[in-house]
Ligand binder design. Structure first.
Ligand code: PAF
Length: 284
């Protein structure tokens, strides 16, 4: 695996590969790699000749400097994990490489996309994510971009960004990796108590039930059932929304959209846990 820290070195390498018409798949990360990331890399290895993974802890997507300073950075073990996979290139830039003095802030209107769900809890976060992904895409210029479904809102916002800038990059939504009891894998899960960990499996139960209920019930009833179920188990809900998969706006009827996702974030032991399920997706 090649490790490049400088944009110019990475681009020299990639230019040659592009000249050779190699397909480039890109997996942006902030490191602390877990099975979810590794699945993104595996998915990328299916159709690309070159797989570029970036590790960059993007300060612009943290609202709280304390969170930024506490963000894990196990770079040695991350490199080892990537070396054991089919990763071709690790891009490991510092802040000046990603945001040089002449870097122009991307001022993309996200409309209502970042004013709902996670966006309400983390003001400014998605603007920072869009900024860095846009910049990284500019540097890497891949054919395919791999994003996890786990952060559904992030995926939908990056998809919107690609559309707005008329990019040719294809975005691939990689399914959520789950523990055997259904809990979506996340680096936050280790912060749960034994009791909390048991309870956490009920998040996916509520989502699976919502998908099932959507066959017979209306949106309001599906949502009410899910919320009642989580409440019954004393799970604190930040939100449980049934939204259009592209606009992220709540829908009132399942006929309103061909692409519907149920998204939730709950708190267990004070840990925010995100999960979602695609209820309906009609691909044309
Ligand atoms: O999901 C993440 O790890 C980050 O938000 C991303 C997409 C790498 C941008 O910094």
């Amino acid at each position: 695996m090649y490790i490049f820290k400088r944009v110019s070195d990475l681009q020299n390498y990639l230019k040659q590969k592009q000249f050779e018409e190699k397909k480039i798949g890109f997996v942006p990360t902030m490191g602390a790699l877990h099975l979810g990331h590794l699945t993104l890399l595996n998915e990328a290895s299916l159709v690309n000749d070159i797989i570029v993974c970036s590790i960059f802890i993007n300060p612009r997507q943290f609202e709280d400097t304390k969170d930024l300073l506490n963000y894990p950075n196990p770079i040695e073990s991350d490199i080892e994990k990537l070396e054991n996979l089919n990763c071709t290139v690790l891009f490991l830039p510092d802040n000046n490489e990603v945001y040089p003095c002449d870097h122009n802030m991307l001022n993309l209107d996200l409309g209502k996309l970042d004013k709902t769900m996670e966006g309400l809890h983390r003001p400014g976060h998605f603007k920072g994510v869009v900024e860095v992904v846009h910049r990284l895409l500019d540097i890497v210029n891949p054919d395919n971009l791999y994003m996890g479904q786990k952060d559904y809102q992030q995926f939908a916002i990056i998809k919107h960004m690609l559309k707005m800038i008329q990019s040719n990059v294809k975005i691939i939504r990689v399914p959520i990796v789950r523990e055997p009891d259904g809990l979506a894998m996340s680096s936050r899960n280790i912060r749960l108590s034994i009791e909390g960990r048991k309870k956490a499996s009920l998040i996916s139960t509520s989502l699976l039930q919502a998908k099932e209920d959507a066959n017979t019930l209306n949106v309001a009833a599906v949502k009410e059932n899910a919320i009642n179920f989580l409440n019954t188990h004393n799970i604190e809900i930040d939100y449980f929304e049934i939204v259009d998969g592209n606009t992220l706006q709540t829908i009132e009827s399942f006929n309103q959209s061909d692409y519907v996702t149920a998204c939730t974030t709950v708190r267990i032991d004070g840990v925010r846990l995100l999960d979602n399920i695609i209820i309906k997706e009609i691909v044309d």
